[in-house]
Design a protein around this ligand. Structure first.
Ligand SMILES: *Cc1c(COP(=O)(O)O)cnc(C)c1O
Length: 440
């Protein structure tokens, strides 16, 4: 992007951005939650809509002058509904965490019981972790994956739900490479008398493309981020396949008397004024642009490629003797347990960084190491696929990662990192970030 004005005005921040452009251009991005938003998305993020206060919702704002931001928010909402086949959407959550907070605060009271996938088994902080609001305001119980299979066993989830009797069950994950059986989760939720929320922050793009199970018909609420596989601006949103009268006894006074609020009204009110003030209109406009992109046939091709790249990479890792949690991947990511390689997640992350490959260390199920050390790394293909890479790149990348990990405990590690860094640079130069992503 043209940043001449910033360059003249603010050397420090311009320098940081220029460095980040170089980093994104010359290194291999394998963090499963990251992607490269398109130029159109980034232009919209940098637009004058950042100047506008628009508390409220289209047609019902607390500020004047909202006629154009209303257009943008309505476009974003309509496109999201079309993309996911849902009746209701709120595009205002500032992030995936805010979207989850919106639903939890809307349907629960402090101290209510919730059930989510354990953080160390692939879940997210907002699914009941003790260091997060979800574990502090609520009585959180977590389910996990099975030790032998690395997969969620629905019989165990049901057993626990009938024992715990949560008011809300959360399904969805940040580091789980298998699909979710949303219908089975709904059966469990119905038996336990719980609401069901699917958090599709990670696989949203693959779900929009129709490649994974659709949560919409089965879940009361579906939350997501917009910046992971969906490839939009950094943000969140809340959806419902179908709106319904809230069963919580929340009413509203009208001219005709008192009526029960629809769940959509309860959620809208929880996002604003409940937990947020003014919406980020530049980001909401950019969400609209990204949903427009995701509705194009090319996006489905992209999502298919993301998944085959992950499958090819997982196969290659398996053949090189790596342990992939749950055995393989059905989505865009995999979790590699490095305990048989005598390397911690922390060491692997640092060495790969030296080699120009960006991954994150990650707890593996039943990990004996702390979250700061960990026994694994999480690897994902959304960003490299946006860059134009295919299955042969995926295999080559698995090979490069293996070269580094295999040399980790040897004297030649510095030399190996230098060599791999050159290979990575060459691979990146072959596929520069042009239409998608930043160019210097
Ligand atoms: C990334 C993620 C979130 C949170 O998104 P932020 O925008 O980082 O707040 C929530 N849930 C899951 C499952 C995620 O992977």
């Amino acid at each position: 992007m043209n940043m001449d004005v910033l360059r003249k005005q603010d050397e420090e921040i311009y320098g940081a951005i220029a460095g980040e452009v170089r980093r994104q251009t010359e290194t291999l991005e394998l963090i499963a939650s990251e992607n490269f938003a398109s130029r159109a998305v980034m232009e919209t993020c940098g637009s004058v809509m950042t100047n506008k206060y628009a508390e409220g919702y289209p047609g019902k704002r607390y500020y004047g002058g909202c006629e154009f931001v209303d257009i943008a928010e309505n476009v974003a909402r309509d496109r999201a509904k079309k993309l996911f086949g849902c009746e209701y959407v709120n595009v205002q959550p500032h992030s995936g965490s805010s979207a989850n907070m919106g639903v939890l605060f809307a349907v629960l009271k402090p101290g209510d019981r919730i059930m989510g996938l354990d953080l160390s088994h692939g879940g997210h902080l907002t699914h009941g972790s003790k260091v997060n609001f979800s574990g502090q305001f609520f009585d959180a119980h977590t389910y996990g994956v099975e030790r032998e299979t690395g997969c969620i066993d629905m019989n165990r989830v049901e057993e626990m739900a009938l024992d715990v009797r949560p008011k809300l069950i959360i399904c969805g994950a940040s580091a789980y490479s298998q699909g979710f059986d949303f219908k089975a989760f709904r059966d469990v939720a119905d038996k336990a008398g719980a609401f069901l929320m699917a958090d599709i922050a990670h696989p949203a793009g693959l779900i929009a493309a129709g490649l994974l199970n659709d949560p919409m018909p089965h879940c009361h609420f579906v939350t997501t981020t917009t910046h992971k596989t969906l490839r939009g601006p950094r943000g969140g949103m809340i959806m419902m396949g179908q709106d319904f009268e809230n069963p919580l006894g929340i009413t509203v006074k009208t001219k005709k008397g008192v009526r029960t609020k629809m769940m959509s009204e309860v959620i809208d009110a929880e996002i604003m004024p409940g937990i947020q003030g003014g919406p980020l209109m530049h980001i909401i406009a950019a969400k609209g642009v990204a949903f427009g992109e995701a509705l194009q046939p090319e996006f489905r091709d992209y999502a298919v490629q993301v998944r085959s790249n992950a499958a090819a990479m997982a196969d290659w890792f398996n053949s090189l003797g790596y342990n992939i949690v749950s055995g393989g991947t059905k989505n865009h990511l995999m979790l590699i347990d490095l305990r048989n390689k005598d390397v911690t997640g922390k060491v692997a992350e640092n060495l790969l960084h030296e080699a120009g490959i960006t991954v994150n260390k990650n707890m593996v199920p039943f990990d004996d190491k702390s979250p700061f050390v960990t026994s694994g790394i999480r690897v994902g293909t959304p960003a490299m696929t946006t860059r134009g890479m295919n299955e042969s790149h995926s295999e080559a990348i698995a090979g490069l990662i293996d070269r580094v990990i295999s040399a980790a405990n040897t004297d030649s590690i510095e030399k190996v990192c230098r060599e791999v860094r050159e290979d990575v640079k060459a691979m990146c130069q072959d596929l520069p970030l042009n239409d998608f992503g930043p160019t210097p």
